[in-house]
Design a protein around this ligand. Structure first.
Ligand code: ATP
Ligand code: MG
Length: 244
């Protein structure tokens, strides 16, 4: 199903205006995982600017550091060295609770396996991030309804995840990622479990988000067809950028 135009449904669309400052600025970023006696260098001193409103895709072989980079940008993990500034702020300098608040307000996540709560309806899954805010139930209803119609699922609100197709589940997950109106949407292989048709629907939505939706979208993918939806593609190999 074709999603409704974003500007028609998402209440705060366009609030994150493009500026000349990159929304993400990564400088000589390093991540080393220590496992017993062994150090694994997942990211090896990489630098990167991401402009507001970009749709950036991240490719590279398994183990090249794609998810690690995404997690650091999203404030799920912290770097070992270098810096990661998002919206002008060094997020590694935030305390755990500041980081959690920052994530909730600024980042929406989309995962390969959807990660919906099986006992909650589509509506309730999308509402979850808003339960951490002070919004009234009426306000929440307005935002949840707008996010679900943005992904073309206003008629599936009362369905449980198992009553939805994989593509529909992922669209609910995108609505959940959007409902707080984050500046940044990060997606780790969002089409990895989908057939070609559902994948195309999901990718169109992500592209719309980064275009008229004004969001910055960063997507990890193994699929060159999916990567082609992005405006820029970056390749990682053994924790370093290589020419694509
Ligand atoms: N929590 C962790 N503890 C130890 N090592 C880790 C951890 N997370 C990742 N690594 C290691 O860091 C490297 C990069 O992992 P990462 O998950 O970023 O790769 P990826 O590019 O996302 O791979 P894939 O395409 O398979 O998802 C790998 O060698 C991995 O084993
Ligand atoms: Mg990964």
């Amino acid at each position: 199903m074709k999603p409704a135009p974003l500007h028609a449904t998402l209440p705060h669309a366009g609030i994150h205006m493009a500026t000349t400052e990159p929304i993400v600025r990564i400088h000589e970023l390093t991540k080393v995982f220590r496992q017993g006696e062994i150090n694994v260098t997942a990211l090896n001193g990489i630098s990167l600017d991401i402009e507001a409103g970009e749709f950036l895709t991240l490719m590279g072989p398994s183990g090249s550091g794609k998810s690690t980079l995404l997690h650091i940008i999203a404030g799920i993990d912290r770097p070992t060295g270098g810096s990661c500034r998002v919206q002008g702020r060094d997020i590694a300098g935030l305390s755990e609770s500041e980081l959690a608040d920052w994530r909730n307000q600024n980042v929406g996540f989309v995962f390969q396996t959807f990660n919906l709560i099986p006992v909650l309806t589509a509506y309730e899954n999308v509402e979850l991030p808003l339960l951490l805010t002070r919004l009234s139930s009426r306000e929440r209803r307005r935002l949840v309804t707008a996010a679900l119609s943005m992904v073309g699922l206003e008629d599936r609100m009362r369905h449980l995840p198992r009553q939805l197709s994989g593509g529909q589940e992922q669209r609910v997950a995108i609505a959940r990622a959007l409902v707080t109106d984050p500046a940044l949407v990060v997606a780790d292989e969002p089409t990895g479990n989908l057939d070609a048709h559902s994948a195309a629907e999901v990718l169109e939505i992500l592209r719309t988000l980064s275009g008229s939706g004004g969001k910055t979208v960063i997507m990890v993918t193994h699929d060159p067809k999916a990567a082609a939806y992005g405006r820029r593609s970056i390749h990682l190999e053994k924790g370093e950028f290589t020419a694509s």
